[in-house]
Write a protein that binds this ligand. Structure first.
Ligand SMILES: Cc1cc2nc3c(=O)[nH]c(=O)nc-3n(C[C@H](O)[C@H](O)[C@H](O)COP(=O)(O)O)c2cc1C
Length: 209
């Protein structure tokens, strides 16, 4: 997670990965702690990450507690400043990496190979190992600098999946819009989920069946 707005997208992706039986190496950038605090009121603590994750992930996008069940056994947390952490090396076992949400600063850092923290280093490792990297960028409008960095990431093999909800899947609640973006992120790496209703080609059908 990097420091763009959109922590509900990260929560939905995390829940779906765990529900799909995937194990997750979680890295929360310093700036992401600010957005988490701003968007949920949770001050994320490395030393108590399980407690904080449980409080966060069991809530809905509307902040309502106990909306979801979550089993955190599959989560391993790494401090963003820990450049000696497992995901810093290509020899560490990983299927791929999802940056959700992705700040434009993180996009720039990965596009330029800066590795300023564990998040950016792990992303560069993911690219060099030719593993799937998904970048759920969240910013608007986009200027030419960011667009060029996004093209560089695409050229390097990353999938750019903007945090850009669609309305054709019958959304009625905030959570539906969040789940659409989370589902498209997971689609990009072929993880099964039931987060949104797929388009089936029947115009208007999404509202009538
Ligand atoms: C409340 C808040 C919301 C932010 N929202 C965004 C955003 O939506 N997109 C973005 O690119 N940056 C956003 N930023 C700015 C980033 O947090 C900032 O560029 C930071 O340096 C990103 O660092 P990181 O990529 O290491 O997490 C936001 C910052 C704050 C405090």
């Amino acid at each position: 997670m990097s420091g763009a707005s959109g922590t509900p997208y990260a929560a939905a992706v995390l829940r779906a990965l765990l529900a799909a039986g995937e194990s997750v190496d979680l890295v929360v950038s310093r700036a992401s702690r600010l957005t988490l605090l701003d968007e949920t009121g949770i001050a994320f603590r490395d030393a108590h990450y399980r407690d904080d994750l449980r409080e966060w992930l069991t809530r809905g996008a509307d902040g309502k507690p106990d909306t979801f069940d979550v089993d955190l056994d599959g989560v391993r947390h790494w401090s963003a400043g820990d450049l000696a952490a497992g995901p810093s090396s290509g020899s560490y076992r990983a299927k791929g990496m999802l940056i959700v949400p992705a700040s434009t600063a993180c996009v720039a850092g990965v596009a330029l190979g800066l590795s300023k923290d564990l998040l950016q280093r792990a992303a560069s490792v993911t690219l060099k190992e030719r593993r799937p990297l998904v970048v759920a960028v969240r910013e608007t409008p986009l200027d030419g600098v960011v667009l060029r960095h996004l093209v560089a990431l695409d050229d390097a093999g990353a999938r750019v999946v903007p945090a850009s909800p669609a309305f054709y899947a019958g959304a009625t609640h905030l959570q539906d819009l969040v789940d659409f973006v989370a589902g498209r992120v997971l689609d990009a790496v072929g993880v099964e989920h039931r987060l949104y209703r797929r388009w089936r080609g029947d115009l208007g059908g999404a509202r009538t069946d």
